[in-house]
Design a protein around this ligand. Sequence first.
Ligand code: COA
Ligand code: MG
Length: 286
Amino acid sequence: MIRSYLFVPGDDLKKLGKSTTSPADALIYDLEDSVGPERKDVARTIVRDHLLAHVATTHFKVVRVNGPTTGLMAGDLAAIVVGRPDAILLPKCESQADIDRLGHMLDALEAREGIAPGRTRIEALVTETATSVLNAASRRFAHARLSGITWGSEDLSADIGAIAKAGPDGRLDDTFRYARVVCLLSASSAGATPIDTVYPDFRDAAGFEAECVMAKRMGFLAKYAIHPAQIETINRVFATSEAELDWARKIVAAFAAAGNGGVTKMDGKMLDKPHLTLARRLLGVA
Ligand code: COA
Ligand code: MG
């Protein structure tokens, strides 16, 4: 179960080196926004070499390529697939066609490298433009490689011209709350893991923890980190707690005791089918 992802700028040898001992479940080597235009080429080479040197490690390894309209994506993939990344993070994903196109490119590159067809998963960032949010809200994405769906607010702010994404109290404005919800629903409908976005203010541990707690309550199963100090919090908050497991086991037992699969009660509260479904889901996730 992947809960925590650490973003690592793809051209930063020092951070790449440090990432190898991170307690994060997954590492994302970034070729996109954290790499300046003049460093795009060198970042490809660095990430490829780093992947090749760490093929056997247990981290789930993701590469964020440049977006579908940059003219860089095919070259990014051609350079790095030899390093057998476990997944490609597709930024600025606006449509099913973007996912399909990436899938076709991976089909060809896996064949070239002798990698099992379909091994490379796709995670899609589906809220970075206004068009993306509207499309993600109105259709179900489907692809055999699609394993995660995530969202981001920085690029969406830029696309729509929002000066900030939250007021002084830190509560997200409606546009971004909506984007977050669209991501969650889109992931559920696609059968993909919903992944909550980054929290850029990496010195604000309390704010970060609160955001993790809310994300977990909403149904997100994982979260991105930009700084190593955020990983422990994600791993802890997103773990299924003993209390949650107890609750789930008690629900399952209550239904078994009632023997009818319909309505029953526990601790003075009604229980019906959705509670049983949720309890089984929790036990499955754990
Ligand atoms: N991955 C691996 N190591 C990291 C890291 C990361 N994402 N972020 C910081 N570190 C390392 C630093 O190199 C530093 O190492 P040192 O103690 O050996 O010097 C240590 O962790 C502490 O870092 P700190 O000084 O607190 O932060 P910083 O000023 O070096 O970096 C950021 C701050 C935000 C620039 C950095 O965390 C970063 O690059 N994050 C990822 C950005 C990114 O990928 N964005 C794209 C997705 S939105
Ligand atoms: Mg971005």
